[in-house]
Design a protein around this ligand. Structure first.
Ligand code: C5P
Length: 242
């Protein structure tokens, strides 16, 4: 049982528009018309369709998470953050692995890009990618400890830099909130409705389980975009939570 209304639940679902071009993304948007969910534009679509596509989403009233995971020297990230703030995105992210100074520079870029009257975007850190296995972390990247320890360290660093949250696995939400506070936003991919194809995700939770962990947003891609009837798929997800 959830205390959230259907509209509130929809507002906490970020649909991943993982498409090769604007036309394909528009096809999905048409099917989801009227559902007040977030849309997530990742690097595939952004590099193909560009800032004008994002600007057009904003003109049409969509809430947009621009998932381009910036990671560069602080001055460059500052410029990138300024540009995406000008586009009017609601949420964007930077890699916590870029360090505190880089994350602080992103926030300075936001300050520069804010026009009078525009809403400040939420800047979140990418903690350890959910695709990073224990052996990749230890043997390839060279970080000691468990992936959960890495996630919590990155979350604390993002928090100390002034970011408002992190992207992480739903399994890490409780530990992140206890380290950084309940108000520290968590955005969680790795979501699969009961019985859905897991694909390349591991360490998954259902949408209802993830929201029960008190995650703020669930990112859902293929269970919606790959469904024969995407609208029925998102409605069923909402029904599973109400
Ligand atoms: O299709 P699926 O539901 O697996 O899509 C998940 C989305 O979340 C994809 O756009 C993927 O890039 C993104 N993501 C992720 N794991 C992360 C960060 C982002 O799956 N750690």
């Amino acid at each position: 049982m959830s205390v959230l209304t259907r509209t509130e639940i929809a507002g906490r679902i970020m649909v991943a528009l993982d498409y090769a071009n604007a036309e394909s993304a528009e096809g999905l948007l048409k099917q989801l018309e009227g559902i007040p969910c977030f849309v997530k534009v990742g690097m595939q679509l952004f590099y193909a369709a560009g800032p004008s596509f994002v600007a057009s989403l904003k003109t049409r009233g969509y809430k947009v998470f621009l998932d381009v995971k910036m990671h560069d020297i602080p001055n460059t990230v500052k410029g990138g953050a300024e540009s995406v703030t000008r586009l009017g995105v609601d949420v964007f992210n930077v890699h916590a692995a870029g360090g505190k100074q880089m994350m602080e520079a992103a926030l300075e870029g936001v300050d520069k890009g804010l026009a009078s009257g525009s809403t400040r975007p939420i800047v979140i850190g990418v903690s350890q990618l959910t695709s990073t296995s224990q052996s990749v972390l230890n043997d390839e990247i060279g970080l000691a400890g468990t992936t959960e320890q890495a996630v919590i360290r990155y979350a604390r660093l993002a928090h100390a830099a002034g970011l408002q949250g992190v992207v992480a696995s739903p399994l890490e939400v409780t530990a992140i909130k206890s380290a950084c506070g309940d108000g520290f936003v968590t955005v969680t991919p790795g979501i699969r409705p009961a019985g859905a194809d897991v694909g390349d995700q591991s360490r998954i939770m259902t949408p209802a389980e993830a929201l029960a962990q008190k995650t703020d947003y669930v990112v859902i891609g293929r269970p919606i975009t790959g469904a024969a009837d995407p609208r029925a798929a998102i409605e069923a997800i909402i029904d599973s939570i109400v």
